[in-house]
Design a protein around this ligand. Structure first.
Ligand code: ATR
Length: 272
């Protein structure tokens, strides 16, 4: 039977085994999928061990995505751009590294009915999470992309990195420099973890803005709560979690799982 894993530290709270087993059942695919806790200093060694066992692939979570990028024999363009790998496929003795996070976000935004073509998009944050979503967003032809970050220089560096693949205006800035309304505001900071929101000017989000938090939680995140208080439609990242998993599943198995029912099920389970 083909064997898949999610590698992380910590990993016990990962929903990936549940999600991939759900996809496998739905699509009558015979495979196993397990979570494996990897010691912080033993990522490469663990993957070498899995290769010897002829595993078929794995997902990579915190804090190993950059290491996975470094050990991959081949990279997809989107993983190359993200500088991080969340999916490895092992085939014919070679490790292919992919990054499905950004595609997962874009697929979920489409599912939520959010238009990207021609949109003025603001991405909050300039860390790994922000970098992972930029290429797929830019492929959908927004009219403008602004990256805002507390540490302004990081936003400027990331904007420079992105310019080579962008067909629209891209710039990096600080929060206090933001002007006017955005059609879509994506929170890619880790601020929701500490129950904070980035310091946005009052007019950045209004009732015609769509807001998306990459974090998800059983109750609205502080960012989703803030956006809704401004009259905006807002979503958390649960849909993205399922959609990025579906994209990994497609890379491994060549079939694309349905996501709608699972997103609904996870949402209702989370609220119990
Ligand atoms: P990740 O890989 O999840 O993106 P990271 O690389 O540590 O994690 O980046 C975290 C991001 O969240 C950064 O953009 C950080 O801003 P700084 O670069 O200025 O540190 C941002 N961040 C974290 N807490 C924040 C807060 N309370 N308000 C605004 N931005 C915050």
């Amino acid at each position: 039977m083909d064997r898949y894993y999610v590698l992380g530290n910590p990993v016990e709270h990962s929903r990936s085994p549940y999600i991939h087993r759900f996809f496998a059942d739905a699509l009558h695919q015979k495979l196993s999928y397990e979570a494996r806790l990897v010691p912080l200093d033993a990522f490469e060694q663990t993957v070498e061990g899995l290769k010897k066992e002829h595993f078929s692939g794995c997902n990579i979570t915190v804090p190993f995505k950059e290491q996975a990028y470094r050990i991959a024999d081949d990279l997809t363009a989107r993983a190359e751009f993200a500088g991080a790998v969340n999916t490895l496929k092992y085939e014919n003795g070679r490790l292919l590294g992919d990054n499905t996070d950004g595609e997962g976000l874009v697929t979920d935004l489409m599912r939520c009915g959010v238009a990207l073509a021609g949109a003025r998009i603001l991405v909050l944050g300039a860390g790994g999470a922000a970098r992972g979503i930029l290429a797929p967003l830019l492929e959908r032809n927004p009219s403008e992309l602004v990256i805002a970050n507390r540490t302004v220089q990081k936003a400027e560096v990331l904007a420079e990195h992105v310019k080579s693949i962008a067909g629209c205006s891209v710039r990096g800035t600080g929060y206090d420099q933001l002007k006017g309304h955005f059609d879509l505001v994506i929170n890619a900071t880790s601020s929701s973890i500490s129950n904070n929101i980035p310091p946005l000017p009052a007019d950045t989000i209004d009732s015609s803005t769509r807001a998306y938090d990459l974090m998800y939680s059983p109750v609205d995140t502080v960012f989703v709560t803030y956006a809704k208080s401004k009259g905006a439609e807002a979503w958390d990242g649960l849909g993205m979690l399922v959609c990025q998993a579906a994209e990994s599943f497609f890379l491994w198995r060549g079939v694309r799982p349905e996501t709608e029912e699972l997103i609904r099920k996870l949402r209702s389970d989370m609220k119990k």
